[in-house]
Ligand binder design. Structure first.
Ligand code: GLN
Length: 501
C-alpha cells in the first residue's frame, strides 16, 4: 500500500500546500487502492475516476498559479450514496432509483466542490439508510476491513470501511439514529453527528427529516473537525438550518492537542447507557478511558437520564412515520425505475404499487408499513403522539444533566462488530444495536465516536462523547483529549497489511 494513504487528511493537506505531493498523485493513489482491494470490501457503489482526477488536476493547476485555496483542497473524499451529486449516479443503495443521476448538488456537495476536494465515489449503505449493518443494500453488503466475515456497521458501512481500509482519508455519512457513529465504532474510525441544523440537509435524500444529519467519517478527530467546518453553516435551502457562524472546531482541536488538560471539565457518565447488555470488553474499555479522563483532571459525575430507556421505542415510531411520508415520492413517476403490473389494467396507482413492490427491499417496506400504521387515524394519538411526548421528556433529561456537566460519555455501541447474518432474522435485535446512539438524534444534540481500544478478539471499540445542542466545540475538545489518551486504534486495522492485486 502507498504509505501516503496512512496519513491524515490534514497531514496530506500540509504536504499538498508544501508542494511535496500533487492532488493528482494522491487521488490516483486512492483510486489504485480502491481498484486493489474494494472487491474484498465493497465500500463503493460508484467510483468516479475521471471526475476525481479532473478536480485534482484543476486544484493542482490553481495551486501552481498561486491561488489561495481551501486548506483541504486536493484531499480526496468519498460521499455516502444518499447525498446527491450532480450528474453522478445516486442510488441510496436501492433498486428503486435505478441509475438516477441527480440534476443538482446537495449543499454539502457544492461546498466540497468549491473547496476543491476530489470526490472519488459514492459509498455503500443500507437501503435509504435503514439498518445497522449495511446488509440491507441492493448492491450487497460491505465487509468490515478488520474482519471481512463481520459487518462494517450501518447504515454508513461503506464510508466507514473506505476510511478504515485506507481507500480515502475523508468520507461523509448521514446519521438518523447512529449511522455515522456506529459504523465508526465497529471500524475503528472517528465519526461525528453535528448538532441538528449545523450542517445543511438540502440534497440529503430524506429518511426521517427531524432526525437526519450529515457528518464526517475520518481517522483522526482533527480531520473530523476540519471536514465539519467545511460542510457546516447556514443554508437558506434548509428550513431547519441554524443561522449561526460555524465554530472554529479545527483550531480548538489543534490547541487542545497542544495543551492536553482536563482541569475544570465536568464529564457525566450516563448510567442508562453503560450497564446491562454491554459486552465486557466494551465496558472495560469505557471504564479505562473514564479513569484516564479522571487522572487527567476531569471531574467525573454519574448522571441519570431516566427516559432514555424509552428512546428506542420512541425512535421506532417517529422514524418510520417520517419514512413513510418521505418515501412516498418514489412512485415510478418522478425518479428511477418504473415497473408495470404483469396483468390487469395499467393504471397510475397499479404502476406505483408494482414499482414500489419491485424497487424497495424488505426493511424499507417494513418501515413504510409501520409508519403508515402509526400515523393512521385510529392509532395516531396512541403511537405517534405518545412517542413525540417521550421525545420531549428525553430532551428535558438532557437539558437537566447538561446543567450539571459539560459533556456526557458512554460506549458508542453495546458490542463489537457482529458476524453477517447474526441479526438479519430478528429486526428487533438489529434495532437494539443503536441504543446508545439514538438518544442524541431524538434530542438534536451532537455526538462523536472516538476509537479507544481493540477487543480481545482484535476488533475496534469506541467511546462516545455527547454535548448540548450547539456544543460541538466542547465535544471536539473532549474527543481530541480522548484520542490523545487512547492507543492509535485506526492504525491497527489489518487491511493496511493486505496484499494488493
Ligand atoms: N440503524 C438505525 C436505523 O436503522 C439508524 C439509521 C441511520 O442513522 N440512518 O434506523
Amino acid at each position: 500500500m502507498n504509505e501516503l494513504l496512512k496519513k491524515s487528511a490534514l497531514e496530506l493537506a500540509d504536504m499538498l500546500a508544501d508542494g511535496q505531493i500533487t492532488s493528482v498523485e494522491l487521488t490516483q493513489a486512492c483510486l489504485d487502492r480502491i481498484d486493489a482491494i474494494d472487491d474484498r470490501v465493497n465500500a463503493f457503489i460508484t467510483v468516479d475516476r475521471e471526475g476525481a482526477l479532473a478536480t485534482a488536476a484543476d486544484v493542482d493547476a490553481r495551486r501552481a498559479a498561486g491561488q489561495t485555496l481551501h486548506r483541504l483542497a486536493g484531499v480526496p473524499i468519498a460521499v455516502k450514496d444518499n447525498v446527491v451529486t450532480r450528474g453522478l449516479r445516486t442510488t441510496c443503495a436501492s433498486r428503486i432509483l435505478g441509475d438516477w443521476e441527480p440534476p443538482y448538488d446537495a449543499t454539502v456537495t457544492t461546498k466540497i466542490k468549491e473547496a476543491g476536494l476530489p470526490i472519488v465515489g459514492k459509498t455503500n449503505m443500507d437501503e435509504f439508510a435503514m439498518g445497522s449493518s449495511t446488509e440491507h443494500s441492493a448492491f450487497g453488503a460491505t465487509k468490515n476491513p478488520w474482519d471481512t466475515e463481520r459487518i462494517p456497521g450501518g447504515s454508513g458501512g461503506g464510508s466507514a470501511a473506505a476510511v478504515a481500509a485506507y481507500m480515502v482519508p475523508l468520507a461523509l455519512g448521514s446519521d438518523t439514529g447512529g449511522s455515522i457513529r456506529q459504523p465508526a465504532f465497529v471500524t475503528g474510525t472517528v465519526g461525528a453527528k453535528p448538532t441538528y441544523g449545523a450542517v445543511s440537509r438540502f440534497g440529503l435524500v430524506a429518511m426521517a427529516s427531524s432526525l437526519d444529519q450529515i457528518g464526517p467519517v475520518t481517522r483522526t478527530v482533527a480531520d473530523a473537525a476540519a471536514l465539519t467546518e467545511l460542510i457546516g453553516g447556514f443554508d437558506p435551502n434548509d428550513s431547519t438550518s441554524l443561522n449561526e457562524p460555524v465554530p472554529a472546531l479545527t483550531q480548538a482541536v489543534e490547541s487542545v492537542a497542544a495543551q492536553g488538560s482536563m482541569k475544570g471539565l465536568k464529564v457525566g457518565v450516563v448510567k442508562e447507557l453503560s450497564g446491562e447488555g454491554y459486552q465486557k470488553d466494551v465496558i472495560d474499555a469505557f471504564n479505562a478511558t473514564v479513569e484516564k479522563l479522571r487522572e487527567a483532571g476531569a471531574e467525573i459525575v454519574e448522571v441519570s437520564c431516566p427516559h432514555l430507556e424509552y428512546s428506542l421505542g420512541a425512535y421506532y415510531l417517529i422514524m418510520p412515520a417520517e419514512v413513510s411520508s418521505n418515501l412516498a415520492r418514489f412512485d415510478g413517476m418522478r425518479y428511477g425505475i418504473r415497473v408495470e403490473p404483469t396483468e390487469g389494467p395499467v393504471t397510475a396507482e397499479r404502476v406505483m404499487a408494482a414499482t414500489r413492490e419491485a424497487g424497495f427491499g424488505d426493511e424499507v417496506k417494513r418501515r413504510i408499513i409501520l409508519g403508515t400504521h402509526v400515523l393512521s387515524a385510529g392509532y395516531y394519538d396512541a403511537y405517534y403522539g405518545s412517542a413525540q411526548k417521550v421525545r420531549t421528556l428525553i430532551q428535558r433529561d438532557f437539558d437537566e444533566v447538561f446543567s450539571q456537566v459539560d459533556v456526557l460519555v458512554s460506549p458508542t455501541a453495546p458490542e463489537t462488530a457482529f458476524r453477517f447474518g447474526e441479526k438479519t432474522a430478528d429486526p428487533l435485535a438489529m434495532y437494539l444495536y443503536d441504543v446508545a446512539t439514538i438518544p442524541a438524534n431524538l434530542a438534536g444534540i451532537p455526538g462523536v465516536n472516538v476509537p479507544n481500544a481493540v477487543s480481545s478478539e482484535g476488533l475496534p471499540i469506541g467511546f462516545q462523547v455527547l454535548a448540548p445542542a450547539r456544543g460541538d466545540l466542547v465535544m471536539y475538545k473532549v474527543a481530541s483529549l480522548v484520542e490523545a489518551l487512547s492507543d492509535d486504534v485506526a492504525g491497527q486495522c489489518p487491511a493496511a497489511n493486505w496484499e494488493e492485486k
